[in-house]
Write a protein that binds this ligand. Sequence first.
Ligand code: ADP
Length: 497
Amino acid sequence: DTHSNGDSKSSVKLPNIKFTKLFINGEFVDSISGKTFETIDPRTEEVIANIAEGDKDDIDLAVKAARAAFDHGPWPRMSGSERGRIMMKFVNLVEENIEELALLDAIDAGKVLTYGKARDIPFGASVLRYYAGAADKIHGKTLKMSNQLQGYTLHEPIGVVGHIIPWNFPAGMFFFKVSPAMAAGCTMVVKPAEQSPLSALYCANLAKLAGVPDGVINVVTGFGPTAGAAISSHMDIDCVSFTGSSEVGRLVMQAAAMSNLKSVSLELGGKSPLIVFDDVDVDSVVNLALLGGFANKGEFCVCSSRIFVQEGIYDEFVTKFVKNAKNITVGDPFDPSTRQGPQVDRAQYEKVLSYIEHGKRQGATLVTGGKPSGDKGLYIEPTIFTNVTDDMLIATDEIFGPVISLFKFKTIEEAIERANSTRYGLAAGIATNNLNIANTVSRSLRAGIVWINCYLAFDADGPYGGYKLSGFGREFGMEGLYKYLQVKSVVTPLHNS
Ligand code: ADP
């Protein structure tokens, strides 16, 4: 790979860190314990800032604020259009602050700044805008029922929501979670990942400036087993929405079950296949596969980490794919020439490198990459394996790094079966110009989103979520809103007199 060291450092604009405290009931406050934790810059492993470390007591305080805002505050009582109007002000502020938010995610999570500005933050804003528009379009049904009865359904906000979010799309994920819950009229407590707390706190301040009432959005920064677990086991939270690993997803669901049976939605890991058929233009699909496999340094739950290529074009595909992967510029996320930044923290970095070692030890062929990139920071070369068997760890486990396995297949049936032989079921891609193949395969894949001749094609209007160990519940679209609503049937007798 080519490595950029960010030598243009003097010209690089770094973000100003303004918000480091918990955001509870409309105010930035220290944690009750007074403890803080360090958030680290993965380019250098230096400390960016000390962040208030919330724990169970702080979650309690935030839930009290959210509960009061739900039970007595204006938010759930406003008309949908009033909520939508405030949410639109919020969107405008986000759009005025795209650069600042992208800068925060770049330093906190190693995300490439140009992509943050062009894609992540604008997409987050588009999700907020979508749900701002949905806020006044929530309605139930009229029920004819039996002869002597009639009824209707009311869609009510579910109550206080806990959002537990990961570090791979810190600002984006904040909007994916908060926006539909706001539209529904819920109040909420957000726990950002400990690796990347900065942009959520910045967003909380924008919400306040937009006029979102106090207590509607609370942000408690802190660790998973303490602050996170305090959300999933809380007796006064009505719904928990979690995005992260399948292991932690299980813990969240277990804690929800053992506490108050709060409703749960889980957006978890993936091991998504991209299936490339013989009839395609190899050069353009190579580019699609590079995007799908290496976007966000592989720290993307929908990454096409298993690429199945039909035998007729396999050799040509491998040659071109490897050549282009070697040209990916890995380096400082603030450098405009960079396409791949550092892994988010040392634990993830070491986990990815250990999977690479596993792949080599189990006999897969390392065709490019496989080692750290540059001499400091948490950078890893784009890595490709061939001769991978379906049962090797690198083929079965979510690696969450820039590591792709290439497989050769013969028939459509074989491709479907092997693509589906995974514990996960989040996303899948198909590259073909044959409509019959596209239709057959898309219906046969057990995944929540199937991209035909595209990849990572997300839209605020397109629901997405998991099958199998990738979780349940959907994000985006009107489906993404329903999990924050309760349906109440109201029934009354019909009298003829
Ligand atoms: P990763 O392993 O990729 O870091 P996690 O699933 O551990 O992803 O983290 C996603 C989010 O879940 C983070 O906000 C993290 O703090 C939180 N978390 C981790 N452990 C727990 C837990 N036991 N209960 C609730 N939340 C948790």
